[in-house]
Design a protein around this ligand. Sequence first.
Ligand SMILES: Cc1cc2nc3c(=O)[nH]c(=O)nc-3n(C[C@H](O)[C@H](O)[C@H](O)COP(=O)(O)OP(=O)(O)OC[C@H]3O[C@@H](n4cnc5c(N)ncnc54)[C@H](O)[C@@H]3O)c2cc1C
Length: 289
Amino acid sequence: MKPVRFDYHRPATVEEAIALLTRYGGEAKLLAGGQSLMPLMNFRVARPAALIDLNAIASLAYIREDDGHVRLGAMTRQRAIEFSPVVRQRLPLLAEATALVGHLPIRTRGTIGGSLAHADPSAEYPAILTALEGTVVARGPRGERTLGASELFETYLTTSLGPDEMLVEVRVPAMPEGAGFAFEEFSRRHGDFAIVGIAAMLVVQGERCTAARLVTAGAGPVPIRLREAEEILERDGCSTAAIEAAARRAGELVDPDTDIHASAAYRRNLTRVLTGRALRRAIARLGGR
Ligand SMILES: Cc1cc2nc3c(=O)[nH]c(=O)nc-3n(C[C@H](O)[C@H](O)[C@H](O)COP(=O)(O)OP(=O)(O)OC[C@H]3O[C@@H](n4cnc5c(N)ncnc54)[C@H](O)[C@@H]3O)c2cc1C
């Protein structure tokens, strides 16, 4: 099938893009990499009156280190993130997760802003934004606002962005030096969306785990921070018993839906198994090993 007719605009600045969004009053869609939007339009699930193509706004594509944070422009391609030395050094969890996003041609076009705005619950980037306590900057006719992950993601494919707002930047605090990390996921074929994914980060001093982060992809309508599982590690350290207890708790904390890809029970079990795997791999990497 082909999309229904739509107007096409290719603004040169963010201000022009926002003016166009305002003019169409919620009936226009921003076009970033097109890797999620175009299939939806071809199936006529999305029928925007206009496309506002962001690909001519060069100022929206960058990766910069700034005051303990990494700042990524919304139009930064996933492929650029995968191979960025700054990301590899400061946000290795993001680099690892990016390699799991679709296939090479998808990452070559797909952008970080498009993935976060699309808010697919199985996508890697929403889970990473949650795990690394990053924020996004949204700009609209009334100015800018900064949103954390829990403020951005509302439910399946739905964010709190207004119809006249766009994402312009993603800000992620640099991971602590020597942190252990891993992104584990299970999908039927390489490059498919994950049935369940787990983002893990551990900070350890001596015998103590001073910070643990565990976040799901695909185990609910939005990424889920598994705080009670994290607390087990922060209290009991990273022993085999603590890892098993945290993984078990992780499986209990999620309440996924059954869909055509997997049952709720299967997703719950995957959450348990993948949390254990992610934690063991994160521990093996502690201290830059
Ligand atoms: C076969 C296939 C496999 C895939 N596998 C995975 C996978 O394993 N993991 C994964 O995470 N993704 C996967 N994807 C999706 C891919 O990562 C997309 O690139 C991503 O979800 C959307 O990014 P995009 O830049 O292409 O956005 P687009 O498709 O252009 O836009 C997506 C949505 O975001 C909105 N939008 C775009 N930019 C902005 C902005 N700056 N501000 C506000 N709204 C904006 C658009 O209007 C649209 O509603 C897959 C896609 C395909 C086709």
